[in-house]
Design a protein around this ligand. Structure first.
Ligand SMILES: [Zn+2]
Length: 55
């Protein structure tokens, strides 16, 4: 179980999560990249493209 840095909600990574997987906070919708540190998970901000998708 990890906590969302934005809103402190608990995010439960899937049991088969792998490092680098993107998890999304159900509460605030923020996306994070899952980082595995030993048996623990931590989060780092996902590389988002932003709103300028062009077309
Ligand atoms: Zn959140």
């Amino acid at each position: 179980m990890v906590k969302c840095p934005e809103c402190d909600a608990e995010i439960k990574p899937p049991s088969d999560s792998i490092e680098g997987e993107i998890v999304t906070c159900q509460d605030c919708g923020a996306s994070y990249e899952l980082v595995k540190e030993g048996k623990e998970y931590s989060l780092r901000p996902a590389q988002t493209v932003g709103e300028d998708w062009g077309q």
